[in-house]
Design a protein around this ligand. Sequence first.
Ligand SMILES: [Zn+2]
Length: 204
Amino acid sequence: MPPKNQNASHCTCKYCGRSNQDTPNPWLPPELREQSGKAFLQFRRERGKECTSCCALIRSKKRDFYDAPDLEISLQNDQRKKDTFQSDLEEFEAKKRDDFTAKSNRIPAKRVEASHSTGFKMRMVMGYFWPIDVLRRERKEIPKTLTTITYNGRNLRGIILDSSHGTPIGVIEMESYDDKTASKVTLLYKFVSGANYISYEFTC
Ligand SMILES: [Zn+2]
């Protein structure tokens, strides 16, 4: 038993002969009819005699017999016209269903794309800046040439060492971020490798 429309007064279309009581909405895919709130064939007016689908089809056609004032009568008497109308109507309604499916598919596709977007934040460790007081406290040899950096508004003098020298409290980790919005600044630091100083230029 097909479901029955309990909510609307009875209408039958004068063109296609279908009723709003037991004809599923031909513009919607079956799985979407219930949730749409328009599960059955729609009519333009309360107790109307023209279904929305036939009206839209007739408006969309420029052929003579669609414009005829006696279309309703010729559909009843002329089997060939009736067949043409029926096949046009089926094609028209299938296109409406396809358009609806395409439209409802587009929205979730975008959401999936957004929820799967992944990014990597990259940073390069450039070494550790040892301020001069940390060098003294840790009893490190203090070279003659020192590097000056600005940290939290203070100018600090010291040297940059790699992690093999340890990272005691007070050293400053030097990192280069991959951040396209950051302005490019070229810095020149002196790195210590064993006993030798190496000039090392990098852009951050
Ligand atoms: Zn109709």
